[in-house]
Design a protein around this ligand. Structure first.
Ligand SMILES: [Mn+2]
Length: 332
């Protein structure tokens, strides 16, 4: 479905001060789309304020060298939102995902528009510019820039390139199309530098992180005739390597690199001895339902929960449920 941007074009022409926000725990598509959109509006002489509920994660700060992205309650106030004359939301369509900023947005009595690619049923009382078949919000912002007659600056292009590259798993997920590559090419022409984006996002690990990954990978176990892979990270793994809890990000996905795996989990012992488990599925096993059994949640193919320790007991519980569910899917 092709988006008709006419209404947004008219609203942008009719307003001057724009507040822009995105979801909590922002990813590169959220931050990149915000910055790209803000700079496109600035090119039209508009004033923009990017205000999020969450801080910008350290690994995405390179997209915002001038500190344009503010955090409500820290570097931005309710007034900054309420004195804008139009509200924009990118990369989410759910109030819950907007958290504190969403509460202030609701107090505002100005026009509101959403630019997004997520499936969602929330009524944001906003004009919607959505295409759920699109790979990233960043590519929608690029399209809007074209409609508005703005060529993205080098920094806007960098932000939009990062948005699209990350939401497509570096141009490999199924939503990636020839159009994705064409837009990426245009953004490079505008000044985006893929090698810098890649380095900042994927080549900034510490030695401790690699050592932790080494320990976790050496412990991967296969179950259910190789359909299930799992591993653990203990408090001792952290102390022996000096790694941080954030260094376990993405480790669970490594398990799925083994041929024949359809599901995976990783159990991570926390400083308080509770155990955080991340579940992944590549088939009909609904890991969100599994996580909910342990008072967690998430998506059908990626979910998580926190279980009481000790580690061995939490692993045994997770293993039992995952094995059961994988057998059920296989026999159905
Ligand atoms: Mn996105």
């Amino acid at each position: 479905m092709k988006i008709d941007w006419t209404a947004l074009q008219q609203l942008i022409a009719a307003h001057q001060i724009f507040v822009i926000t995105s979801h909590v725990r922002p990813d590169a598509d959220a931050i990149g789309s915000e910055i790209g959109l803000a700079q496109v509006l600035q090119a039209l002489g508009k004033t923009t304020r990017i205000i999020n509920t969450s801080p910008t994660p350290p690994n995405l700060k390179f997209l915002d060298p001038t500190g344009e992205v503010k955090q409500l309650g820290a570097t931005a106030t309710n007034e900054d939102i309420l004195t804008a004359d139009m509200q924009l939301i990118v990369d989410t369509s759910a109030w819950q995902q907007l958290s504190d900023v969403g509460k202030v947005y609701r107090e505002g009595k100005v026009p509101r528009a959403v630019i997004d690619h997520h499936v969602s049923a929330d009524d944001l009382q906003a004009l919607e510019f959505k295409d759920t078949s699109r790979e990233a919000t960043g590519s929608l912002i690029y399209e809007l820039a074209g409609v508005l007659g703005v060529t993205p600056s080098a920094s806007a292009a960098q932000a939009l390139f990062a948005a699209i590259a990350t939401d497509t798993g570096w141009f490999r997920f199924s939503a990636t199309s020839s159009e994705t590559y064409r837009v990426a090419g245009e953004l490079i022409r505008c000044g985006a530098t893929p090698h810098v984006v890649y380095k900042e996002l994927y080549e900034t690990a510490t030695l401790a992180r690699l050592h932790l990954a080494g320990r976790a990978l050496s412990k991967v176990v296969l179950e259910n005739e190789g359909a299930l892979a799992y591993t653990t990270v203990s408090a001792e793994d952290f102390s022996a390597t000096g790694a941080l809890p954030s260094d376990t990000e993405d480790l669970v996905n490594e398990c799925l690199r083994i041929a024949g795996t359809q599901a995976a989990f990783i159990a991570i012992e926390q400083p308080n001895r509770q155990v955080k488990i991340s579940f992944r599925s590549r088939n009909d096993v609904n890991v969100a339902a599994i996580a909910e059994r342990f008072n967690g949640g998430g998506h059908r193919q990626a979910a998580g929960a926190t279980l009481p320790g000790p580690l061995t007991q939490a692993v045994a519980q997770a293993l039992t449920v995952m094995k059961e569910q994988l057998s059920a899917v296989r026999s159905s």
